[in-house]
Design a protein. Structure first.
Length: 79
């Protein structure tokens, strides 16, 4: 694999064999760890998917007409 400059970072393209083995698709999150000298481990990070699945299982009712506004939520968090 070749390392490419991407903005202020470096990037690599994952070979098809890695994508297939980890069942990755566009937008997925992965964990990359240093496993040893000049060795990396790549893992499909399924934490977000598991958290969303747990939330769906709860089936909490939302108020009528509810919409999520990311900008408003971000403003609330800056408080």
């Amino acid at each position: 694999m070749r390392v490419f400059k991407w903005g202020n970072s470096l990037a690599v393209r994952l070979p098809r064999a890695v994508v297939d083995a980890l069942e990755l698709k566009d937008g997925d999150h992965i964990k990359v760890r240093i496993a040893g000298t000049r060795t990396l481990e790549i893992e499909h990070d399924r934490n977000r998917a598991r958290a969303l699945a747990r939330l769906r299982e709860l089936r909490w009712p939302l108020p009528a007409g509810f919409t999520f506004d990311r900008a408003a939520a971000n403003e609330r968090s800056r408080g």
